[in-house]
Write a protein that binds this ligand. Sequence first.
Ligand code: CO
Ligand code: ZN
Length: 331
Amino acid sequence: MRELIRKLVETYGPSGDEEQIRAAIRAEVEPLADEIRVDPLGSLVVHKRGRGGGQRILLDAHMDEIGVMVSYIDEKGFARFTKIGGVFPLNCVGGRVRFADGRLGVIGIESKRDDPGRIPELSELFIDVGATSRDDCPVKVGDPAVFFRPFAVVEAGEHTRYVSKTMDDRIGCAILIETLRRLESTPHDLYLVFSVQEETTLSGARTSAYGIEPDLAIAVDVTGTGDTPESRPMAVKLGHGPAIKVQDRGMIAHPQVRDLLVERAEAAGIPYQMEVLEYGTTNAAAMQLVRAGVPSGCLSVPCRYIHSPSEMVDADDVENSVRLLLEVLTR
Ligand code: CO
Ligand code: ZN
């Protein structure tokens, strides 16, 4: 699974420009699907027919990632930019970004600042692509780019941790693909949705869920942890099992979905944690509000340093997420 994760996290795919990551995922799932389509907003929908007697289940993972977009190019060829999704200036300075064609840029900061120690605004940062004038600048207004940071594995004692940009939510995409690979037979009519534009508007999952009309939907995404120095208190730790969402800032998980995940984890002896997230939300918030309402919940992968170029997840949590989804699907 490690090579799959590497491939997915290193592939380009900011919200609104998911073509490359969609092709990469499609190559992995095509041999396993009964039917595959791209819906009108660009989400990849993979249908696996059940043997009957089950429900219509939607599993979602968003394939888009946060990034930046060029908003202005000055006469010396430096690009000003705005954000795509939740980008923090603190994580930007000195970083690198990669455009759709593979071109790299470095994020610099205005050095003539009143207080050099102050956290900058995004408007004080710029992208240097090596140009010397507006005319020879190879990027243009409206071009998106993603953060650039290769996949890495860190190991200490018993623990293996994966580190990269875009664990949010390529780790969810990897978990869905791996679940599909290991799934032998299911009574349920299964739809895997690799959705677009979660980081900006949740619109991909919203429209896909409307089209699929599922009986039950589960978003697989990352959640924060409370296990780093002086962190905001939160009862989720890396390596202590997938987290089952109770609530976040955008939704309360449907009790039926929450309890189903808890029951299956208990029965199979899979470690799990309960998630109460005090900031952010995810696709389940949008999916539960389509049509007359869809019972929706989340299986969350604990992740440190979310929306930084070095998001960290635990390998055991990833494996246990796959196991838990298989428990849900095979019964
Ligand atoms: Co995110
Ligand atoms: Zn996410």
